[in-house]
Design a binder for this molecule. Structure first.
Ligand code: DC
Length: 210
């Protein structure tokens, strides 16, 4: 079974994808990490996220076991990842890693922006997870403050809206729900309630297919 979980920044897709993977005994890939890793390496080399040639080279050199575990979830790397992700050559370079992971025997859970539309259009279950911009900015703010990053709520909301606009407005693989995606709005929901809702959707689809 392949489960695709897409959605904007801090909608809860990562948490839901991890919980589904645990529940159904499937491997999980956070595809945002690939884009963040390219951005992180680019910044570490002192290069701009707009440097398509360098970003593409780095993306081609990325391997799943070489991805950093630390330093990827800062506001700076997240914003740069969104810029890097606009380049079609970078997306193409990262496609095979994601596709190969999705097609492993038994299936997988992948979360990102274009899993249900581009990486795995044949996924058995597609979830599109959303939440209000204000709530998403608030969640992300808590995450960054806990990491020791100093940022105001107003700046976080502005960054969230900017990131949404870039991720949804790009020409190649923009963030949007697949036509057959199930929409899951997590505004006002606890993590447990959101995961329960996601599981109900997956179980319902599995039952209908069996
Ligand atoms: O999910 P995230 O915040 O870690 O993703 C960081 C950026 O990577 C996001 O703003 C856009 C890009 N991304 C993408 O374009 N496609 C994906 N499948 C995953 C992430």
């Amino acid at each position: 079974m392949i489960i695709a979980v897409d959605g904007p920044l801090a909608a809860g897709k990562g948490t839901i994808a991890k919980a589904l993977a645990r529940h159904y005994g499937l491997p999980h890939m956070d595809t945002g990490k690939l884009y963040r890793s390219v951005a992180y390496r680019l910044l570490a080399l002192g290069k701009s996220p707009d440097d398509i040639v360098s970003a593409t080279q780095i993306a081609h050199g990325l391997s799943l076991d070489g991805i950093e575990d630390h330093n990827l979830r800062t506001a700076q790397v997240g914003a740069a990842a969104s810029v890097v992700a606009v380049h079609p050559s970078v997306r193409q370079a990262l496609y095979d890693l994601q596709r190969g992971f999705a097609l492993q025997p038994g299936g997988a859970v992948l979360d990102g922006r274009d899993i249900g539309t581009v990486v795995c259009p044949e996924a058995d279950v597609k979830l599109f997870v959303s939440a209000s911009s204000e709530e998403r900015a608030g969640r992300r703010l808590q995450e960054l403050l806990a990491q020791g990053e100093a940022i105001s709520y107003a700046d976080m909301l502005a960054q969230t809206l900017e990131r949404d606009a870039r991720d949804s407005g790009r020409v190649d693989a923009p963030l949007r729900p697949a036509e057959d995606a199930h929409l899951l709005d997590t505004t006002g929901l606890s993590i447990e309630a959101a995961v329960d809702k996601a599981r109900l959707i997956v179980d319902h689809i599995r039952l209908a297919k069996s």
